[in-house]
Design a protein around this ligand. Sequence first.
Ligand code: ATP
Length: 353
Amino acid sequence: RPDVFTFGETMVALRGSGPLKLGGTMNVSIAGAESNVAIGLTRLGHDVRWSGAVGEDEAGQLVLRTLRAEGVDVSSAATDPGAPTGLLLFEPRLPEVTRVHYYRTGSAGSRLTADMIQRAFSAAPPRVLHLTGITPSLSSTARSAARRALQLAQEHGSLVCLDVNFRARLWTAEEAAEVLREWIPAVDVLIASDDELPLCLPGDGGLDGSAEGSESSRRGKGTRTCADAVNLPPQGDVGDPAVSLATQAQLLLDQGVSEIVVKLGAAGARVFTQSGSVHRPAKPVRAVDAVGAGDAFVAGYLSALLDGEEPDVRLERAITSGAFAVASRGDWEGAPTRSELGMLGAPPGTVVR
Ligand code: ATP
């Protein structure tokens, strides 16, 4: 039984060092929220299976080879001869702002199907199923795949973790809310940014576009992706939500979610359970590239959960892992191994020999 099964779209990622239109060199890597989490977890010593589809092309080979090299089980991933592997370009535009350009419409990754995920899941039912809100936005077949995975998790007693990961480029807040609200009763661990919580709440849950508005104005992150911020309405009263975080979390607890983990960027994170709430401030680091912080955070959280740790220890490992991601370039490259977790408190200038 693998510790975690996750699936989604992983693309080839090219990272430049200045304005894209000027050309120059780019670093070639891969990126995908679910595979970032998978890598984060294998670095921490867990047994993880990732599934998804890549094109029958060299880009697809890069995706699979990289995941394999990181120890992720990709034996259930598919190669789709009818579509290319998706691509994204990271354009660091200002020290604090990274622009992301996607070339993923019609990609192999967006064509994954429920049957494919059923085969991958059933071959080895996991302890934890990890889903993101990106997958259902990719296509109707990807949405069915996620739904099937939720059913299978229920049948096999797998714990379900959902990271909302709202992407305004891929669907509207209303479309996301419709799907996410339907999923909530099947979710055990819900992970979201504070501005994403309303997407999961019953009724209109304060769906006033705040998830979109605040994406462009996150709380003091060192660097942020503003891919989803382009074309978004100006910031609303995000800092003054009509419904407080605790009230929103309670509404979700009432629907059977056992823990709600709220990522607060440079302000750390907070977890709500039926027994109360715990907050941990972020670890101070020199922020180099905040892309991937959320995924590293999820990996840290799930790692401690799999180890049977209490919510405060889960949060601690999550924020430590998130801080590593922020302090290094790349989506997943900086994710810590278990033995590296203690490095963060080391005084400046420390040399580990
Ligand atoms: P992304 O989508 O860019 O991966 P996110 O919006 O999902 O990120 P954040 O809330 O930005 O997630 O970050 C996740 C966690 O990473 C935070 O809860 C925090 O613990 C850590 N983190 C984020 N930014 C910083 C920072 N500047 N310094 C230290 N830790 C940070």
